[in-house]
Design a protein around this ligand. Structure first.
Ligand SMILES: O=P(O)(O)OC[C@@H](O)[C@@H](O)c1c[nH]c2ccccc12
Length: 263
């Protein structure tokens, strides 16, 4: 039943992209995207762990299809600053409006408030969205293996690289891991969320994390709630964590991130 959510999201995206194309033709967007921009390193930050041994990618997430509204009145610059104060190593910002209540403005505001590299979190199914991400100022984009053909994955990785952006390639299974490795993905996000049920199981990342090694860097995504979850995953060789809901819900995000890092 919930697999339908992902297909609904993708369907809605196709609609949004075709509308965006009418407003701004791709040739124009490409011209804008080609303007030189200073990107902040995302991959390099995550390729090695700092003194705490753990890197946190802290996410700005107002709502989700599985949880509904998490925090709707959220000031992205304020949150970004709290995340940075707490020692977050990078930011992730949901820019999808229809299902996650995010926007490109959220990303721009968050990024300009801090010095951290920023991941654009959205459902990319068309090259148009890569140029959009470049114009938005994203330092990295998410590509979800499940919703792309292997050819699209390669093409979009190359386009992102041309724009100076890093790519986080998201997988849910060992067969998707193979696809990601064949496309030579360097940063691989293992999503703990079961797309059929939307349940999360931190064990998914710990089981697959051991299959990666330099220069391939694993990121555990979704359902990470506390220091214990992190310790379980570091034992499996994973030191990068993408965390949204538990940080956004916390009364004191900076303090919560510090506790996740073991301080
Ligand atoms: O809020 P959580 O459970 O900490 O999860 C964060 C992140 O992993 C999740 O938002 C996510 C992972 N992959 C995605 C793809 C699209 C939208 C959202 C996501």
């Amino acid at each position: 039943m919930t697999t339908d959510i992902l297909s609904r999201i993708v369907e809605q995206k196709r609609l949004e992209v075709s509308r965006a194309r009418e407003r701004l033709p791709e040739t124009e967007l490409r011209r804008l995207a080609a303007a030189p921009r200073k990107r902040r390193p995302f991959y390099d930050v995550l390729a090695s762990a700092g003194p705490s041994g753990v890197n946190i990618i802290a996410e700005i997430k107002r709502a989700s299809p599985s949880k509904g509204v998490i925090r709707s009145r959220l000031d992205p610059s304020l949150y970004a600053r709290q995340y940075e104060d707490g020692g977050a190593d990078a930011l992730s910002v949901l820019t999808d409006a229809s299902f996650f209540h995010g926007s490109p403005a959220d990303l721009a505001q968050a990024r300009s408030a801090v010095r951290l590299p920023v991941l654009r979190k959205d459902f990319i199914i068309d090259a148009y969205q890569i140029f959009e991400s470049a114009v938005m100022g994203a330092d990295a984009i998410l590509l979800i293996v499940r919703i792309l053909s292997p050819e699209q994955l390669r093409e979009y990785m190359a386009l992102a690289k041309d724009s100076g952006m890093d790519v986080l390639v998201e997988i849910h299974s060992t067969s998707e891991l193979e696809t990601a490795v064949e496309a030579d993905a360097r940063l691989i996000g293992i999503n703990n969320r079961n797309l059929e049920t939307f349940d999360t199981d931190v064990g998914r990342a710990s089981a697959m994390g051991g299959m990666l090694g330099p220069p391939r860097v694993a990121v555990a995504e979704s359902g990470i709630r506390n220091r214990k979850d992190i310790e379980r995953l570091t034992a499996a060789g994973i030191f990068n964590f993408l965390i949204g809901e538990s940080i956004v819900r916390s009364a004191d995000p900076a303090r919560f991130i510090r506790s996740l890092k073991g301080y």
